[in-house]
Design a protein around this ligand. Structure first.
Ligand code: M6R
Length: 364
């Protein structure tokens, strides 16, 4: 069942490139995203005035990345809500709001209840779901299935990356339909998305590099993940992965926000994983790296191959292949998942069944 891997999580990390291709390729027509076979009409994308994404946990983090991608691309408001908050908030959604619900299992009770509430307020609901025939898939107005295959490990890995791929394709199709991307722009976008697949694969193959660095993490009580913009959205998932399977308290912070309080927690040898893959704000994140390093942090910097920065800016640097900024999440996700995985293994914990957690959360 584990195909020779010691844990389902590692197996599922390795399955990501294939899962991504299975999710993307059937929906490509002449290099452009096409949801005809999914029964999703373009008018759904043309008619809305805004987008509201609703999900829990890792799926919500995929939504955070999608928000940071879509809003600048579409130039309409794109909000993200935690499903368990949305349900009790008297949310401002209506018939002009495209609600995108994300769920691997399709059974998460808060996500389902939030979707029902949005539908009762007139919003069309498009569900991005992995499990065929699940309740959210059945009750949504439209469904875009991800093709991750069964995910057994409690810690979500391949479900996250295929959710991202589906959301990127939705963003691209919406941008086409709304005149924000012409055909050649949309083709280039999809080309960049496809380039991210071998880039992710390359980082999975470099797993020994990550395995070696976790010795600096496993005895730490706390760890911080920092980044700006999309990098901040990626860091949210890095922190969740690490805390749920290694039990190291980890937090994600927008790097520029550190000095408004959290930097007080940075002292000697506190691990800081800094994600700096966005060219236009690279220098800003690097200056935050300098700040935490000056306070003694042990810094692991994740940056693009071509990023120019002094070698001693960080204690460890992990370089990812050069991709267009919007697409770096795929190789970065692989690195963050591997950090959590090897930290859990290094602490001799139950990687696939962490304490207190269930794969599908069907109670409030
Ligand atoms: O099945 P769902 O995607 O709705 O599950 C939502 C969360 O419970 C889930 O993403 C959870 O956060 C991950 N398994 C954590 O790795």
């Amino acid at each position: 069942m584990k195909n020779g891997f010691p844990h389902y999580m590692l197996k599922e990390i390795h399955e990501q490139p294939e899962a991504l291709k299975n999710t993307i390729l059937p929906r490509l027509a002449k290099g452009l995203p096409d949801f005809t076979d999914d029964g999703i009409p373009d008018r759904l994308f043309a008619d809305c005035g805004r987008v509201h994404i609703i999900a829990c946990g890792t799926a919500m983090h995929a939504g955070m990345v999608a928000r940071a991608l879509m809003e600048p691309l579409l130039r309409i408001p794109v909000a993200v809500s935690i499903a368990s908050e949305f349900r009790y908030e008297q949310p401002l959604v209506d018939a002009q709001t495209l609600v995108i619900v994300i769920s691997q299992s399709g059974e998460t009770i808060d996500t389902l209840a939030a979707m029902r509430l949005a539908q009762s307020l007139g919003s069309p609901a498009l569900a991005v779901v992995n499990v065929k025939g699940s309740t959210i898939a059945r009750e949504s107005d439209y469904v875009l299935y991800t093709h991750a295959g069964p995910e057994i490990a409690v810690a979500s890995t391949k479900a996250y990356s295929v959710q991202l791929a589906a959301l990127y394709m939705i963003g691209c199709r919406m941008a086409m339909v709304r005149g924000k991307l012409d055909q050649s722009g949309a083709k280039a976008f999809m080309g960049d998305l496809l380039d991210a697949v071998p880039a992710m694969e390359a980082m999975i193959q470099k797993k020994d590099q990550v395995r070696n660095l976790v010795t600096h993490l496993i005895n730490a009580p706390d760890a911080f993940f920092i980044g700006r913009g999309l990098d901040y959205a990626f860091s949210l998932e890095g922190a969740l992965k690490l805390k749920e399977i290694s039990y190291i308290h980890s937090e994600a912070y927008a790097a520029g926000e550190l000095k408004h309080g959290t930097i007080a927690l940075i002292s000697d040898r506190v691990p800081v994983i800094a994600i700096a893959t966005q060219d236009k704000i690279f220098a800003k994140t690097v200056s935050n790296v300098r700040e935490v390093r000056a306070r003694g942090a042990f810094v692991i910097l994740l940056a693009k191959e071509s990023a120019r920065v002094e070698e001693d800016i960080a204690d460890i640097q992990i370089r990812i292949p050069d991709l267009a900024d919007q697409f770096t999440v795929f190789p970065i996700a692989a690195v963050l998942q591997l950090i959590a995985y090897y930290a859990s293994v290094g602490k001799n914990l139950d990687v696939d069944q962490p304490r207190n957690l269930a794969k599908s959360v069907t109670v409030e």
